[in-house]
Design a protein around this ligand. Sequence first.
Ligand code: GRF
Length: 200
Amino acid sequence: MLNLCVFASGSGSNFIELYKASKKNNFKINLKLLISNNSNCGAVKFAKKNNVLVKIINSIRYPQNRNYNNEMLNCLRENKIDYIALAGYVKKIPDNIIQKYHRKIINIHPSLLPDFGGKGYYGMNVHKAVLNAGRKKTGVTIHFVDKEYDKGPIIYQQEVPVLENDTELDLAKRVLKIEHKVYKKILKLVIKNDIIKIDS
Ligand code: GRF
């Protein structure tokens, strides 16, 4: 069975969905580790309650870049992690990890990339920008992670309609619901088929 590490910084609803999926017999992926920069976030609280191994790595605990990066890589190695799924992780993934886990790190983003991606486009900012731009549709993107934010090859996109009078919150909820449905499915497909083949 392959070992998965999730990186999360926030409420962790996507992490929780992946966790639940991993408990089902047919998922065949062992969610072994949660890495977070935020010891107080929902994802960490859930992981601790549910006996998922948690590692907190942030610049307070590891002020030197080199130690921070090494600690992260060592932790992944020690736990024999094969794949990484980012789920609302707000920090940049160090280059050494991107290199070692080439096409084995995926991320989910709450818009149709390349639109509304990159620096500053996180959380409600994304949905606010979609509404301000007057878009009639938004969506979910799952992509491989490269050195640049939200720029790696796209694996899967699903459109979500923007309805008249939608608030940011309405949109966020509609998009998140789709994220919860598709992330586990696509992650499983990526791992099963080793989708690295499509672009290498
Ligand atoms: C999701 O919208 C995801 O697309 C983005 O961050 C958010 C995380 O939400 N990368 P949650 O913490 O999983 O609820």
